[in-house]
Write a protein that binds this ligand. Structure first.
Ligand SMILES: [Zn+2]
Length: 467
């Protein structure tokens, strides 16, 4: 994500209280045959009810119909999963919509709604290790979701379609989902819209057909994707397709009402540069979706094709493309570790600039480091401990996060630092990580004790002075 302006909302007392929201307590094992309900959340410190326990999703197949004139979304989600415990019932996350039918393994299942929880009780309990298929039919006008920092996400209507973004909690605003970054899955999209509109989802374009005044776009993301990185942004777009030298398909969609987006010509060069320092590009497609959705106020690294709410500048393009490695392929386990995405993407802006012969990463660091220690708005909260979801996308997560990496680079030297960055991307591709894992890797690759270094840079609220 890259905000047009960093937000720093007022911390309300209530936000602090949210933090004590307890981990979901496991249900008692009194159910017949040892089949118990899956927990309604996975205990994330910031979003305790996001995601659900008792199963792992392996695939989503989303059949959607949308008409911007009525704003009505008609959906059928087919979800493949594996039970991780003997399950009597389980939850999906879904916000709003009328759910008309749910089946589990082709048998009608009973269901209830409780806030964002869609609680599903199959006719027969699901045994641990057993694969099963859920089908949810739903329809309604999606409601835009407002985050703790007051930014908006989900299925956001535009003049000609919708800008679809899900970080950190917008996905249940358009499909039933196990909405936790830890539960990655493959995605198929079959989206039908009025003729003249284009649907841009993740992965590879499988087909595009038209019939009866409607167009259907089929996209397939066959590599693991965290649910919040899904998109089906649609509207009037000029769609250009080409291949990189290595055969990677690139899809560039630009709203024709926008001024020229010639900056996108830099995309191959930026991807090539990051590949040279971070390791192989992790996905089987690349691209960008440039929409006119300025009320959103940010761009997002939706997997394979970041979406931009306006024509991006080169820095923002470089930022979002670097997230394919750090954020999309290598994904946080818990939301408070957001600096593992945004600190890395901000530092990636700097190293792209340095590579391009403009301002160096060291100069970026120095300019920021000159900020006086008294400027607590700049220095706090520390990037490793945002404290509340209100500060999830605070400026420090980006700036101090990137400064942490540049300070590490200058401490361990370029050869070791670039080995750390590459190892982090290649050893953890398609999986989930934590800050302590990054510290352990940095210590392993450098042979240095870096506990004090990371404590000062990531966890202490004051301006670092010695490290
Ligand atoms: Zn970002």
């Amino acid at each position: 994500m890259n905000p047009t302006h960093f937000r720093r909302p007022i911390l309300r007392l209530g936000a602090a209280l949210l933090l004590v929201a307890a981990l979901a307590v496991p249900a008692p094992a009194w159910s017949a045959g040892g089949f118990v309900p899956g927990s309604p959340g996975l205990g994330d410190p910031f979003f305790p009810l996001a995601g659900n326990g008792g199963y792992d999703v392996t695939s989503y197949s989303l059949e959607l119909g949308y008409d911007p004139a009525t704003r009505l979304l008609d959906g059928k989600a087919t979800i493949g999963a594996i039970a991780t415990q003997n399950l009597s019932r389980f939850d999906l996350d879904l916000r709003g919509f009328d759910v008309s039918r749910v089946t589990v393994n082709a048998r009608p299942a009973s269901f209830t709604r409780d806030g964002q929880e869609l609680v599903i009780t199959p006719q027969i309990g699901l045994r641990a290790g057993q694969p099963f298929t859920i089908v949810v039919s739903y329809a309604g006008i999606p409601s835009v979701i407002t985050d703790p920092d007051q930014s908006i996400e989900g299925w956001v209507p535009t003049d000609d379609g919708a800008f679809v973004v899900g970080e950190p909690q917008g996905s249940p605003g358009w499909y039933p989902v196990n909405d936790n970054p830890r539960d990655k899955a493959t995605f198929d999209f079959r989206v039908t819209v009025p003729d003249g509109l284009t649907v841009m989802a993740n992965g590879v374009l499988v087909s595009q057909t038209s019939s009866g005044g409607k167009s259907t776009f089929v996209w397939r993301e066959s590599l693991p994707m965290a649910p919040y990185l899904a998109t089906a942004t649609l509207g009037r777009f000029d769609l250009t397709q080409y291949r990189l030298n290595n055969g990677l398909p690139v899809y560039i969609a630009v709203d024709p009402t926008l001024p020229s987006a010639s900056v996108l010509k830099k995309l191959p060069e930026i991807i090539e540069f990051y590949t040279s320092i971070y390791g192989p590009y992790p996905f089987d497609a690349a691209g960008a979706v440039v929409d006119d959705a300025k009320n959103v106020g940010y761009s997002l690294e939706t997997q394979t094709k970041p979406v931009f709410d306006r024509v991006p500048d080169e820095t923002t393009l470089a930022h979002e493309l670097s997230h394919m490695w750090y954020g999309d392929s290598v994904t946080l386990t818990l939301w408070p570790d957001m600096w593992l995405h945004e600190g890395f993407a901000t530092w990636s802006e700097w190293i792209w600039s340095e590579h391009d012969g403009r301002k160096s990463a060291h100069q970026y660091f120095e300019n920021l480091y000159n900020t006086p220690a008294q400027d607590t708005i700049f220095w706090t909260p520390p990037p490793g401990d945002p404290g509340t979801p209100v500060y999830l996308f605070n400026g420090t997560i980006y700036n101090r996060g990137a400064m942490t990496l540049q300070a590490l680079r200058e401490k361990v030297g370029d050869p070791t630092f670039f080995r750390i960055m590459r190892d982090w991307a290649t050893q953890n591709h398609y999986s989930n990580v934590t800050t302590p894992q990054f510290i352990a890797l940095a210590e392993r690759d450098s042979g240095m004790n870096l506990q004090h270094f990371f404590d000062v840079w990531l966890y202490q609220p004051d301006k670092p002075t010695s490290w």
